[in-house]
Design a protein around this ligand. Sequence first.
Ligand SMILES: Cc1cc2nc3c(=O)[nH]c(=O)nc-3n(C[C@H](O)[C@H](O)[C@H](O)COP(=O)(O)O)c2cc1C
Length: 249
Amino acid sequence: MPHSIFRIFHQQTKTKYQKESAKPHDFKSWPKEWTTVYFKSYPRLPLISLPEIKALDFPLGKALILRRSEREFSGEPLELGELSQLLFYAAGITGKKEGDWNRSHRPYPSGGARFPLEIYLFCLKGREKLAEGIYHYNVKDHSLEQLIENAKLREEIYPEAVWQEMMLKVPLVLVISAVFERTTMKYKDRGGRYALFEAGHLGQNIYLISKALGLQCCAIGGFDDDKFHRLLDIDGEEEAIIYVFALGQ
Ligand SMILES: Cc1cc2nc3c(=O)[nH]c(=O)nc-3n(C[C@H](O)[C@H](O)[C@H](O)COP(=O)(O)O)c2cc1C
C-alpha cells in the first residue's frame, strides 16, 4: 500500500525527541526557551477591551448532551459580552503560579505548556465597538487587537476561502493558528502532533461554551489555507491556520 504523507509523519514522529542533556524531570537542566511561554501581541494596533467576565452558570452535562454542529444563523452579531465570555472560558488565562506568566494555565491543556495556538476573529457582521474586520485575541490582556477593518470581509471569505453556505449569514468566524516552533523547539517533529491535539481541546471548549451561552457553533475543516494566511498576513509555515469555527446566534 502506498504511504500517505500522514502515515509517514506518524511513523517518523513515534519517538519523543528531546535534547539528551535535558533530563525529563529536572526543570533546571532545561534550556530557557522550553519554559518561556510566548504571547503574540500587536502593540501598535487599536485595542478593544473586553467586558468583565461573569460566572458561567450552565451544567456541564447539559452542554455535553446538547452539543451539536449548528450551521444556521440569524445573522445577528454577537454581543461583546458574549465574545468576552467565550474567549475567556475557551482560552483565557485562568491562573498563574507566583504571578509568573511562564507558569500560567488556560482552560485547555498544552503539551509541555508550550501553548502554540493563537486565535483570530473574523467579524463578518459588526456592531458598536466591534466593526467588521479581523482581530487577534490578546490572551495576556484578554482584549482584542484590531488588525484591519474590512466591511467586505464576508465577500473575501465566501466562496473563495470557505465554500459552505453557512458563511452567507454567520456573523463571526474564529480562526485558530499554530506557531509550531514553540512546541517543536522542545519536542521536534512530534510537537506537530501536540499542536493539533491542542486545537481539538480548544475546539471542544468553543463548542461547549457556545452551548452554555446560547450560541450556535460549527467546526470547519474545509477551508482554503492560503487565502486565510493572506488575509492574516502570516506565512503559513512558521505560523499556519489549523482549525476554523463558525459562530453566531
Ligand atoms: C475536524 C472537523 C472538521 C469539520 N469540518 C466541517 C466543515 O467543514 N463543515 C461542516 O459543516 N461541518 C464540519 N464539521 C462538523 C461535523 O460535520 C460534525 O461534527 C458531525 O457531522 C457530527 O455532528 P455534530 O457535531 O452535530 O454531533 C467538522 C467537524 C470536525 C471535528
